[in-house]
Design a protein. Structure first.
Length: 507
């Protein structure tokens, strides 16, 4: 028999045509869905190549009439069977099942592929007349010996299988086992891999997960995954708890903080009473469990700024209070330097340039410090107005929302003021002003502003001019005015606003 006819005969016996087709289809699908290309694919490709080599060797031996042809044929068919199983597994678990969104755990995949390989190899051996009963008797003894010596490994394996099938711990969950907290990245036969926030990977034997308690963080039946966090702070007894709680809750809820859930809303409670201060806690729900410390820090910053705006200081430990007990002299010098700062701030606002010293001093007394942290909203478009703001340090963006689109119309820097439009026209806030960094402001209430205008009617005109300019800029965004239309709008608005203001303030 020639080599070519022997090769063709061998190829026919082992259905090489179908095998080749399966090989090509799987490779093509693996290429078409690279993300889902299965980890079993490379080994199957190698097995397929090996069986091709064995096929050629078998044909060669057959052409030469060699006795070993039966053994190589058996080896080729077993290899081919394994390649078939591997390719089918890759196709099923790598391409088809992911498309149906029917997740199959890695361990279950291994089990299915393993069982299929045993069945197919048994069938091939049976076809070649190998007695399987003897083989099974020997393997039962071997299994018993191995099983005995590998008790721990079996415990881990069964643990892994149980974890994957009952879904109690899933890949992606954040769990706490003993002192280890981390995100589950893999559940393998022997261990479960956890990545911690410190950039470590901890391999927990599955049997230990089965034995001790495991806390799955942020999981609650029927609720989104979010984890309650506590942020603590202390405030002196002199400040009534309802005021502290209201100031903190208002600041935390007014503007969303990254990774803080809106529902349940963050809340603040008085948790304990100590010698000289109350111990408060903010509880909030963290959405991305990886960012616990940075989000705690953002919440803490909000709390700090809210308390500073409400002029509520964080408590000083009682013993420090006795040491630094304030003398009258010290108090006076503190309030004098505070006043100087306010006056200084007022002198940097161009609008108040015409004011005499005594007018500035009266104005300084009416100012309230209003620090804001990055991202906080100072005025919200459409809200009722109560304050005029003077910006001392930092930047704020003026944003306008129209038809669901939010546009920045201006940037305000140190020395500018805002919030005058509503106070002067009685209309709701025309824009949202957002702190771009930690900023320092003073605010002046509506009554003090009115008092200032009544005393100094000359201020009304420059304010009306600025107001007209700002309104025209806003109209450019909301009504799409071009430069010329904007200029005309400004001119006509300026005198109209001046008259309106005079009437509104009875100047
Ligand atoms: P008010 O409408 O009370 O609240 C929002 C404030 O944003 C507004 O007053 C102005 O002070 C300010 N503002 C609105 N539009 C502009 C603008 N185009 N340029 C600068 N500031 C503006």
């Amino acid at each position: 028999m020639s080599f070519t006819s022997a090769l063709l005969a061998e190829a026919k016996v082992s259905w090489q045509g179908w095998a080749l087709l399966m090989f090509v289809v799987t490779l093509a699908l693996g290429r078409a869905f690279p993300n889902r290309a299965h980890r079993r694919l490379p080994a199957s490709v190698w097995l397929f190549i090996v069986q091709l080599v064995l096929l050629v060797v078998t044909a060669l031996l057959a052409a030469l009439g060699h006795r070993a042809v039966e053994e190589t044929r058996l080896a080729q068919q077993v290899t081919l069977a394994m390649a078939w199983v591997g390719l089918s597994g890759a196709l099923l678990f790598g391409v088809i099942l992911p498309r149906t969104r029917f997740p199959v755990s890695r361990i279950l995949q291994d089990l299915v592929v393993g069982a299929a390989a045993v069945a197919v190899i048994a069938a091939v051996l049976h076809n070649h007349g190998v007695a399987l009963s003897g083989l099974f008797a020997t393997s039962a003894v071997v299994t018993a010996v191995i099983g005995f010596s590998l008790q721990d490994t079996l415990g881990n394996t069964i643990g892994g299988l149980a974890l994957q099938t009952d879904g109690s711990v899933r890949v992606g969950d954040w769990i706490k086992v003993g002192d280890v907290v981390g995100k589950v990245t893999e559940i393998r036969w022997r261990y479960t891999a956890i990545e911690t926030r410190n950039w470590e990977t901890v391999l927990l034997p599955n049997s230990s997960l089965m034995k001790g308690p495991v806390t799955v963080l942020g999981r609650r039946h029927g609720q989104p995954e979010q984890w309650r966090r506590w942020v603590w702070f202390n405030v002196d007894f002199r400040y009534p708890p309802p005021e502290v709680i209201a100031a903190v809750e208002q600041a935390l809820r007014a503007q969303p903080i990254d990774n803080v859930a809106a529902e349940p809303a963050p809340n603040c409670i008085l948790m304990d009473l100590h010698e000289s201060y109350g111990r408060y806690a903010v509880r909030y729900w963290l959405k991305d469990l990886a960012t616990d410390d940075p989000t705690d820090s953002a919440v803490r910053t909000r709390v700090m700024f809210a308390l500073r705006r409400a002029e509520i200081p964080l408590s000083i430990p009682a013993h420090a209070l006795f040491v630094t007990q304030e003398s009258e002299e010290r108090k006076e010098s503190k309030s004098a330097s505070d006043r100087r700062r306010r006056l200084d701030a007022l002198r940097h606002v161009e609008l108040f340039a015409p004011l005499e010293d005594d007018e500035l001093e009266r104005l300084a007394d009416a100012l309230h410090p209003a620090p804001f942290t990055r991202g906080e909203v100072l005025t919200r478009q459409g809200a009722e107005a109560h304050w005029l703001y003077l910006l001392i340090n930092g930047d704020a963006a003026v944003r306008v929302a129209k038809d669901g689109i939010d546009t920045e119309v201006a940037r305000l820097g140190p020395g500018s003021f805002f919030g005058e439009m509503s106070l002067m026209t009685g209309e709701p806030r025309s824009a949202t002003v957002v702190a771009q960094c930690d900023i320092e402001c003073f605010r002046l209430d509506a009554a003090a502003f009115r008092d200032l205008l009544e005393r100094r009617p000359q201020l009304a005109e420059p304010i009306a001019r600025l107001l007209a300019e700002r309104r025209a800029n806003l109209a450019a965004v909301t009504e799409g005015l071009d430069a010329e239309a904007r200029r005309r709008r400004m001119e006509s608005d300026s005198s109209m606003l001046f008259k309106k203001m005079k009437a509104f303030f009875k100047l």
